[in-house]
Design a binder for this molecule. Structure first.
Ligand SMILES: Cc1cc2nc3c(=O)[nH]c(=O)nc-3n(C[C@H](O)[C@H](O)[C@H](O)COP(=O)(O)O)c2cc1C
Length: 163
């Protein structure tokens, strides 16, 4: 069983989360984390579990990773397990009602990534997940790296329920 994490990161925080997930998955299955530049759509056929990760910018994933998944041929993730995560700022802490309303309306990056993976017939094995950063350039909020590792452990359980 092999897993692939496709991720983008503007300031390195999503990369740190991607690497924490990779290192945890690597304990039980061969896993690599790559930028969409470094992989061809056809390469995805070599993996059983495909995870997409992006920072949330303007309530959305970064364009390159979203375009990469959007351009995958229809049905190309059939028979594969998929999951998505993002990094985001905890806007509740900002106490800004307008921003909270916008988040309620438009959400974060992981959900559209997860929907896109599903639209290619991927089997979503966990709800889209977000990990908090303290500010635009980070750092990752305390406890979130640990939570990312736990999320990855949970993915492994869902990937191999009889393990
Ligand atoms: C242009 C821009 C727009 C952003 N928009 C949002 C947003 O809509 N919601 C949010 O939670 N965080 C937003 N952020 C904060 C990013 O989520 C944060 O910079 C990111 O998680 C850091 O991850 P990275 O180091 O991998 O880029 C924005 C940041 C930038 C630079």
């Amino acid at each position: 069983m092999k897993a692939l994490i496709i991720y983008e990161s503007a300031f390195g925080n999503t990369e740190q989360i991607a690497f924490a997930i990779r290192d945890t998955l690597n304990l039980s299955c061969q896993t690599i984390a790559l930028h969409p530049d470094k992989i061809q759509p056809a390469d995805l056929q070599n993996y059983d579990l495909i995870i997409a990760g992006s920072p949330t910018q303007k309530f959305s994933p970064l364009p390159q990773i979203f375009a990469f998944i959007s351009k995958l041929p229809d049905g190309s993730l059939k028979g594969k397990n998929v999951a998505a995560f993002d990094t985001r700022i905890d806007l509740k802490k900002q106490n800004n009602r307008f921003l909270s309303f916008m988040v309620w309306l438009f959400g974060y990056a992981a959900e559209p990534l997860a929907r896109k993976l599903k639209s290619k017939r991927g089997n979503l094995i966990a709800p889209a997940e977000g990990f908090f950063v303290d500010d635009t350039k980070g750092p990752i909020t305390e406890g979130e790296l640990k939570r990312a590792k736990e999320w990855a452990e949970n993915l492994m359980i869902k990937q191999n329920p009889l393990r």
